[in-house]
Design a protein around this ligand. Structure first.
Ligand SMILES: [Zn+2]
Length: 347
């Protein structure tokens, strides 16, 4: 959040203060990684929940401060590509976004975007993509799934952005030019399969579930507000209107049901919903979406929200707490550059 704030031109007078504070925080995280390591050795290569995320963010903060040590931190990040190479390097599921290979690719994408250079060699990128593809093919065959690529995390076949098929496919699309034509075809087939799982503009958390009105989830982590990013990426690459149409339906559902009671955050909170409008604004240029994002932002400051929202357990968390919410509010100041934190479809 502090790094993001430091990059916003409107907040330039406080840039150094933000970056110095960011450095204090990230230094503690790097020290922890280097001296103690992850409690579970396998989360060393995790992006959102482990070592890869720490080294990636540390490299960005150091580079912004002009500190030479940033090259060493990038080296640590690169070394982690070896850890996620074996097909089942994690027993719980090796491919999803928070701890798996899709997350590692996502981190490399963030670094490429912010530093303007590719972090991994083409051989490294191809081998991680191949592992994701192979793992998905094997799982789909073994479990006789109707989709050519399928994955599970702790035994559940999630569809959404947090641990599911959609963000794994989104990362494969983000490295589209590194895939063989036959594998590109498998990715498109899997995207179209996922599109067919739509139920009234939303998706159940798990493959094959029927959405029930009383328990429907409209979150970034589970449901349309997160799956929208896959269809946005699919549209940007293929220019096929059906993907943009699906994305627009995700936005309409989010406008109807996205004022959540689970806090202000970006994972399953109001800012996470509102980010879909900023995504749609960037895709379509339609100012209706700015209006909608502003209304959601205003709602965060109302008594109704404060009274009706569940108490936060992790107030500093990027995903569950206020840090992601602040990123959203900053992006509302610069909607032409807005993007869900660390999860861009515009790279
Ligand atoms: Zn969530």
């Amino acid at each position: 959040m502090l790094y993001h704030a430091a990059r916003c031109p409107l907040l330039a007078p406080a840039r150094d203060t933000y970056l110095r504070a960011a450095r204090r925080l990230i230094d503690a995280c790097v020290r922890y990684e280097e001296e103690w390591g992850e409690p579970d050795a396998d989360t060393r290569a995790a992006f959102l929940l482990g070592g890869a995320g720490v080294y990636a963010v540390a490299a960005l903060v150091y580079q912004a401060l002009g500190l030479p040590d940033f090259g060493r931190l990038l080296g640590r990040f690169r070394e982690l590509s070896q850890i996620c190479a074996p097909l089942t390097f994690l027993e719980c599921g090796s491919d999803e976004l928070f701890v798996g290979r899709a997350g590692y690719l996502c981190a490399a994408l963030v670094l490429k975007q912010k530093l303007g250079m590719e972090m991994l060699t083409p051989v490294q990128i191809r081998s991680i993509c191949q592992a994701i593809l192979e793992s998905g093919k094997q799982y789909a065959v073994k479990k006789r799934k109707p989709c050519p690529l399928m994955y599970s995390y702790y035994g559940t076949e999630y569809l959404g952005a947090a641990h599911g098929l959609s963000s794994i496919l989104q990362m494969l699309l983000s490295y589209y030019e590194y895939l063989q034509p036959a594998d590109q075809e498998l990715v498109w087939q899997s995207i179209d399969f996922l599109m067919d799982q739509e139920q009234n503009s939303n998706w159940p958390p798990e493959l094959g579930e029927t959405i029930k009105r009383e328990s429907e989830l409209v979150h970034w982590c589970h449901g349309a507000p997160g799956i929208a990013y896959l269809f946005a990426k699919a549209y940007l690459i293929s220019k096929k209107p059906q993907y943009l149409d699906t994305c627009i339906r995700c936005g309409e559902l989010t406008w109807q049901k996205g004022l959540l009671k689970k806090g202000p955050g970006i994972c399953h909170g109001v800012a996470g919903s509102a980010y879909v409008f900023l995504l749609l604004y960037r895709l379509t240029g339609n100012s209706k979406y700015i209006y909608r994002a502003q209304r959601f932002a205003e709602f965060l400051f109302t008594e109704e929200f404060k009274a009706g929202s569940r108490a936060l357990e992790n107030i500093y968390s990027l995903y569950e707490g206020f840090s992601g919410t602040v990123c959203f509010l900053i992006d509302l100041l610069q909607p032409n550059q807005a993007e869900f934190p660390l999860f861009s479809v515009f790279v």
